[in-house]
Design a protein around this ligand. Structure first.
Ligand code: NDP
Ligand code: HSE
Length: 441
């Protein structure tokens, strides 16, 4: 006869019942038995905090579950799931949950990238688990593989397509020749881009995710302020078409990598910007609103994680994985170690980054132009890998202009910037049409 007492239910508070929260609630209610079996104790949804009680919801909740009183809900829960978004009151509620000894699960990348270090420290001090798999690349299990599965290896570089909206826009521009504004409009019509798409197209969203990826990959806490970022608003249809002619695709990449700084010491560079990738690179095949993260580790070699980076149900999958994991630890006792911060690698600025570049120049078509340009590249220590010249008629008098596309070997960002500045000042240059970084060559 089994005389052991059944485990007490684990009380779950859900903050937010929007795109993601409604799907978390639906699955928690519908699959309660399975999830409880996996956790080792029943999982009981005790309340769902929202702003408005009578709003239309994508889930049917039992009477009495919705509440406007998030504070009381948090005070009576074992696990708090924060899916409200924004800075406040999300941050205060998470801190309150930690104070009460509750485990916290959040998908709030913006908050974690800004105030993560403070939240992780509070959670560590209180001995509670703070997990956030959904914050980077939605459904894709990427944080736990980096944190746990690769903890016996040394990650050297992470390259990610971590924003679905911008990948959709760039893919539309590439496959249909659309202009940026038209592709953005289609993304909005299809519901990929928010009514205010600023965080996506200006690169903030990807930068927040890059900070989180870098922190876990290099065992050091990095925040948004350590990330250099550029969005995709200045990428033109011409940039995409020229890239295609040369066998490249343009992707908004989040890159976190080990670098040597001027003194040779290791540091980490974290950046987000439009990047040229050869079409043969695995990330070039990531189409539409999908996400993927490419990890390079010393012993494992190259790994790629691919899937849906957003959406209610896919993101709920990642949230619920964290919930079951937190519940299992409660059943077994102790919060366990959720991240290590023993790396102590400095964050290096964009000037320390070494990558390749593709520079498009409009130049006058006369003798000696190439020599003037290549002299400046050489003077700055930037080695040219390929140079392509196209001659175009520029006037009825039969005069011509030339477009030069120069792809460099890997060079220091600071050296490249100095080269471009000096080249732009040459009288023979009529325009620097674009400067794009290139990866994967
Ligand atoms: P939504 O805007 O769809 O939902 C937000 C929910 O939070 C709503 O139910 C809202 O209540 C509630 N809420 C907001 N402010 C308050 C408040 N002050 N008090 C009580 N309730 C509040 O957001 P999403 O579901 O899209 O996103 C949630 C989080 O998940 C965000 O951090 C987001 O970055 C992250 N995330 C989202 C993904 C996605 O695909 N949407 C993917 C990955 C992460 P009400 O309904 O009454 O207005
Ligand atoms: N706005 C984000 C994207 C949602 O487009 O990927 C997921 O974080």
């Amino acid at each position: 006869m089994n005389t052991s007492t059944p485990p007490s239910p684990i009380r779950i508070a859900l903050l937010g019942c929007g795109t993601v929260g409604s799907q978390v609630a639906r699955i928690l209610l519908a699959d309660a038995e399975d999830l409880g079996n996996r956790a080792g104790a029943p999982l009981e949804l005790v309340g769902v905090a929202v702003r408005t009680l009578d709003a239309q919801r994508d889930v049917e909740l039992p009477d009495g579950l919705l509440t406007l009183d998030a504070e009381s809900l948090v005070a009576n829960a074992d696990i708090v799931i924060e899916l409200m978004g924004g800075m406040e009151p999300a941050k205060s509620l998470i801190l309150r949950a930690i104070d009460h000894g509750a485990a916290v699960v959040s998908g709030n990348k913006a908050l974690l990238a800004q105030d993560g270090p403070e939240l992780y420290e509070q959670a560590d001090a209180a001995g509670v688990q703070l997990s956030y798999e959904a914050a980077v690349a939605g459904a894709i299990p990427i944080l736990r593989p980096i944190r746990d599965s690769l903890s016996g290896d040394r990650i050297t570089r992470v390259l990610g397509i971590v924003n679905g909206t911008t990948n959709y826009i760039l893919d539309q521009m590439d496959s249909t020749g659309a202009r940026f504004a038209d592709a953005l409009k289609t993304a909005q019509d299809l519901g990929y881009a928010e009514a205010d798409p600023t965080a996506d197209i200006e690169g903030h969203d990807a930068a927040a995710k890059a900070a989180i990826l870098a922190s876990l990959s290099f065992h050091t806490r990095f925040a948004l302020e350590n990330v250099f970022f550029e969005g995709i608003t200045s990428v033109t249809a011409q940039d995409i078409a020229s890239a295609a002619e040369d066998g490249y695709v343009v992707k908004l990449l989040a890159i976190a990598e080990l670098l040597g700084d001027a003194s040779g010491a290791d540091g980490v560079g974290v950046r987000v910007h439009p990047t040229l990738l050869p079409r043969s690179h695995p990330l070039a095949a990531v189409r539409g609103a999908f996400n993927a993260v490419f990890v390079e580790a010393e012993n494992a070699g190259e790994l790629m994680f691919y899937g849906q980076g957003a959406g209610g149900t896919p993101t709920a999958s990642a949230v619920l994985g964290d919930v079951v994991s937190a519940a299992r630890r409660m059943v077994l006792g102790g919060p366990g170690r959720t991240e290590t911060t023993t790396g102590h690698v400095p964050a290096l600025g964009i000037d320390a980054v070494r990558t390749s570049y593709c520079i498009a120049l409009q130049v006058v078509d006369e003798p000696g132009v190439l020599a003037q340009i290549s002299r400046l590249f050489a003077a700055n220590g930037v080695s040219i890998e390929t140079m392509r010249q196209r001659i175009r008629p520029s006037g009825p008098d039969g005069s011509t202009t030339a477009e030069l596309r120069i792809v460099t070997h890997r060079a220091l960002e600071a050296s490249l910037a100095a080269t471009v500045r000096q080249v732009a000042e040459l009288e023979v240059i009529t325009a620097v049409s674009s400067v794009l970084r290139v990866e994967g060559i």
